[in-house]
Design a protein around this ligand. Structure first.
Ligand SMILES: [Zn+2]
Ligand SMILES: [Zn+2]
Length: 84
């Protein structure tokens, strides 16, 4: 028997085995089962079905900008963009 995998650090949700999602490697901060939380960036109420304006803003950004934000955060191992 393997240990359950932590899928969400907020509500402590676990899954019994890897299912091919990013939470196989590291737990997500929030998941669809989380109760609404307060965003630490903008202070707005945030939930899986009603995301705060931080996420809305990400939606409108070009993909390159989103990658830059994620790379700057250090959360993901993103290869640096080749400079001209
Ligand atoms: Zn959760
Ligand atoms: Zn926010």
């Amino acid at each position: 028997m393997s240990k359950p995998i932590l899928a969400c650090t907020s509500c402590g949700a676990t899954k019994p085995e890897p299912d091919g999602t990013p939470t196989d490697l590291f737990p997500s901060a929030h998941c669809g089962d989380c109760p609404p939380w307060t965003c630490t960036d903008c202070g707005e109420a945030c939930s899986a079905s009603s995301l705060c304006s931080c996420w809305t803003r990400l939606d409108t950004l070009p993909l390159a900008d989103i990658k830059a934000i994620i790379a700057g955060d250090g959360t993901f191992d993103v290869k640096p963009v080749t400079k001209p």
